[in-house]
Ligand binder design. Structure first.
Ligand code: ZN
Length: 462
């Protein structure tokens, strides 16, 4: 490596972002509160709460995305092109045909000339693509596998045999020839990164370079790769001696995970009220982006008696995000109703709508609603089909403007959304991919008296 080990002053300054009076300037602030039963993470943009995550200790059995196991194949279901795998969780995990890793030597000879099998999705070449799952996996076989989707309700976790270990700048894919650089990076930067990585890339393993690698030095990339490689070696060592089913690697706590994915110079800080977690996060950031380590702050150092969530007005914003009704600045409101199949959002004007210029009032109200709906969808992490009933507008350009405002507001959401044109009945239909179980779900349980219907039937009349 011919790059200097130290980051030069100019790079350091750029990486650090802007500072004012020695304090970092950034749009975002992360506040982490470790409670008795759960850790909560709040992301603020300015003073507005935009994202909120809850991680419970009891979720250990269900929050397992990214964990690596030595699993034991329980049964193979040719009809479903899937296998059930015991990974030591209450429900068996499922491994679909397309996520099975293929090794030519492992394949039954009968796989060739197996013309009847229909081709399945997957990255397997030639004969392997036509191999049936029962030729690739046998009951009682032990396999190394990684959870790619948490178990939800009655559905077990989803597995992949290809393992990936995410770092700050790169993702390591052990025993693979995958090699890719994020297409979102400019051409010149991709060339520079490729030059560095051609030297840093460990033999026999694949690498994917993340967008976060933009501007990273050779030294930083090497440190990231080295960390992941030693992590992979520990997993292999454990796998060699473990008896299936066994957990080989657990993803770090949610705070560290969120910081790994999100924390950069756009954050003016991370405030954590738990000493142990603070040290874990600070050490992680110091090992990856040392210039940002002093932005990780322990809240216990403050003599403010208020909790971190109160100090940053997060409590009151969470309360509002749990309510059906959200007030708009000019007196209107939105009502958010969730059903099994979709979420319906009703937009209302304030009580005192003047009759002088109804269209203009409605238009302003709808614009406010468009911004607020986008914010609430992200904060509440509502997914699936969403239907928004804006108030009817006569003027076509006003309708278009409301949809445009809504789309622009949604663009700040990292999660993929798709918005369709206003329907004949004045409804806006959209879809959103959900990240977690949702804010309300993570902080509540279904009412046991009415099972969530919201009313009790008078039995004396029946
Ligand atoms: Zn009830």
């Amino acid at each position: 490596m011919d790059e200097p080990a130290e980051v030069d002053a100019e790079t350091l300054e750029r990486r650090r972002g802007r500072e004012r009076k020695g304090r970092p300037v950034g749009r975002y602030l992360m506040v982490v509160h470790a409670g008795q039963t759960a850790t909560q993470i709040a992301v603020l943009e300015g003073r507005a709460l935009i994202e909120h995550y809850v991680s419970r200790q009891v979720d250990d059995a269900t929050q397992i995305d990214g964990n690596i196991y030595l699993g034991r194949v329980q049964n193979v279901l040719p009809g479903m092109e899937a296998a059930f795998v015991d990974i030591g969780t209450p429900k068996n995990a499922v491994l679909y045909r397309g996520d099975v890793r293929y090794d030519r030597d492992d394949l039954d000879a009968s796989a060739d000339g197996n013309g009847g099998a229909k081709p399945t999705r997957g990255r397997l070449p030639g004969a392997a693509r036509d191999a049936r799952i029962e030729q690739l996996l046998k009951p009682r076989q032990t396999i190394l596998c990684q959870v790619t989707k948490n178990p939800i309700g009655a559905k077990g976790a989803r597995l992949a045999q290809e393992v990936s270990l995410p770092g700050r700048f790169v993702v390591l894919i052990p025993n693979s020839d995958t090699y890719g650089i994020s297409k979102r990076l400019p051409d010149e930067e991709r060339k520079r990164l490729r030059r560095i990585l051609d030297e840093v890339r460990p033999a026999g393993h694949g690498l994917i370079v993340r967008t976060a690698a933009e501007g990273a030095t050779a030294d930083e990339l090497q440190r990231d790769v080295a960390r992941l490689l030693s992590q992979w070696r520990r997993i292999e060592e454990r796998a060699a001696t473990a008896k299936a089913p066994a957990l080989l690697y657990r993803e770090p706590s949610m705070a560290v995970r969120v910081i790994r994915e999100e924390f950069n110079k756009d954050y003016r800080g991370v405030i954590i009220d738990d000493r142990e977690l603070y040290e874990e996060v600070r050490d992680y950031v110091a090992s990856i982006s040392p210039e940002l380590a002093d932005r990780v702050e322990y809240a216990g150092d403050s003599d403010d008696p208020l909790s971190v969530f109160e100090r940053h007005h997060i409590h009151e914003q969470i309360h509002k995000a749990l309510d059906r009704k959200v007030w708009l600045p000019s007196g209107g409101s939105i009502i958010i109703e969730r059903t099994e199949a979709l979420t319906v959002i009703d937009v209302n004007t304030g009580r005192n709508v003047g009759t002088s210029n109804l269209e203009e009032t409605v238009f302003r109200n709808n614009l406010e609603a468009a911004e607020e709906v986008a914010r609430q969808l992200r904060l509440r992490d509502i997914g699936g089909i969403i239907v928004i009933d804006f108030i009817d507008m006569e003027i076509v350009s006003n309708r278009a403007q409301v949809v445009k405002t809504f789309r622009d507001a949604l663009a700040r959401d990292k999660t993929r959304t798709q918005v369709f044109e206003i329907s004949d009945l004045g409804l806006v239909e959209m879809t959103r991919k959900r990240v977690s179980e949702g804010l309300v779900e993570s902080m509540s349980e279904t009412c046991p008296s009415c099972a969530g219907r919201g009313f009790l039937i008078d039995d004396t009349l029946l």
